[in-house]
Design a protein around this ligand. Structure first.
Ligand code: B12
Ligand code: SF4
Length: 337
């Protein structure tokens, strides 16, 4: 079976120019979603992955099935792509965050959708494509163990087009339930963990020195994280990941993380207004702790990339010019001039 797997991109993400930071590669590191789908396909399947950030979609491709991964941000583009291939009589299956969260909408634009993980259901989808009996919505509601996950076939991506193709996942999900975050809705408020030895075997075999753990909150279970960090240390690789600032309450955890090669952490600070955190049920850290927590990470050689949200219900336009440094606030118009 010839399968075309597409990662749609729209707006500024499409064909990201080489003139941009790092030749446009700064945030191009993964596609683990489609690699995981490819890993679940039978060996004899002829699979091509197309990342619209890099290449034009082969609209005339001779294929038996198109699979599209879909975050909410790219749903309109995913639907456009689906319309084209369905118009040619080729079945289209959508999967990922958006079809899982909005199945009734997504199914109107595809022959079938998969909700939840691909593992455990993709092979049934392929069998149904073969017999021409696709069923519509394939609900994968079970929280399958992550033991025995197949290796992502990274050779299907052009390594030179990415900051790194070494995206790995040790855990899925997060026990917190911040109102704005899709993770709890997708996974439930739980975290599933891969056996440490399986993660280590995969990391060991990666080409190159650098990798990224695309986990939602890698340190949610400190005991698991400590075991993982201890096992990563001898590999002497560098890596980056995501977690909450709660990690800084356990200095041993931070030390082990740094010793194991962590050089960067994405944390969702979200806001500098404490009431905003409370209003969205983000209870794992407090605004007054930010400065000290970030200093601790810096002392361990871990760079911090912060995710900030503007537009909480309590935010007013002044939030954009607020400055807690003691200096007089700079207005937005001054900043732009
Ligand atoms: C890496 C990542 C990125 C990378 C993307 C790199 C890439 N192209 O893969 C970058 C940094 C570019 C990025 C950007 C953004 N991201 Co992002 N990102 C992630 C992250 C952390 C990991 C993705 C991943 O690799 N997951 C691992 C794979 C294995 O899991 P998966 O994607 O769920 O795939 C499984 C299933 O969903 C399913 N599946 C997925 N696709 C398909 C397709 C088919 C056909 C089938 C059958 C099954 C299937 O099978 C897979 C295996 O089980 C996720 C969090 C997460 N847990 O997924 C957020 C996440 C997807 N991002 C999110 C957001 C909001 C964004 C941004 C909008 C942020 C912003 N404000 O700019 C932008 C959008 C970019 C754009 N316009 O295209 C949200 C999406 C919420 C939603 N409703 O869609 C998430 C869930 C984070 C969150 N906490 O809410 N992101
Ligand atoms: S702590 Fe982070 S990953 Fe977990 S639910 Fe909140 S925002 Fe989402």
């Amino acid at each position: 079976m010839k399968i075309l797997l597409i990662a749609p991109a729209s707006g500024k993400w499409q064909h990201v120019g080489r003139s941009r930071a790092f030749g446009g590669k700064a945030f191009r590191f993964s596609l683990l979603s489609l690699l995981s789908v490819a890993a679940e396909s039978p060996e004899e399947a002829d699979i091509r992955i197309v990342d619209e950030q890099i290449e034009t979609i082969p609209w005339d491709a001779d294929v038996d099935l198109v699979g599209i991964t879909c975050m909410t941000a790219v749903a309109p583009r995913a639907y456009e792509i689906a319309r084209h291939f369905r118009g040619r009589g080729i079945p289209v299956v959508l999967g990922g965050m958006h079809p899982t969260l909005c199945p009734d909408e997504a199914i109107q634009h595809a022959d079938a959708i998969v909700t939840g993980d691909a593992e455990g259901v993709w092979q049934k989808v392929l069998a149904d494509v073969s017999c021409g009996c696709l069923e519509g919505i394939y609900r994968n509601e079970q929280q399958r163990s992550l033991a025995g996950l197949k290796r992502p076939p990274r050779h299907l991506l052009s390594a030179q087009e990415y900051a790194t193709i070494n995206a790995v996942q040790a855990t899925r999900g997060c026990p917190h339930g911040c109102d704005f975050c899709a993770i709890a809705a997708f996974n439930g408020r739980t975290q599933r963990q891969r056996p440490v030895e399986e993660v280590i075997a995969e990391v060991k075999d990666l080409h190159g020195h650098m990798f990224i753990l695309v986990d939602d909150n890698l340190t949610a279970d400190p005991e698991y994280a400590k075991k993982l960090f201890a096992a990563l240390k001898p590999l002497r690789k560098s890596w980056v990941t995501q977690s909450t600032l709660a990690i800084t309450e356990d200095s041993e955890l931070v030390r082990l993380m740094a010793d194991s090669g962590c050089i960067g952490l994405f944390v969702g600070l979200e806001t500098f207004v404490e009431d905003n955190l409370t209003s969205v049920n983000k209870t794992c850290h407090r605004v007054e702790e930010y400065r000290q927590a970030i200093q601790l990470l810096h002392r361990h050689g871990i760079a911090v990339e912060a995710g900030i949200v503007f537009g909480f219900d309590g935010d007013r336009p002044e939030v954009l010019s607020r400055d807690d440094s003691g200096r007089p606030p700079v207005s937005v118009s001054q900043r732009n001039s």
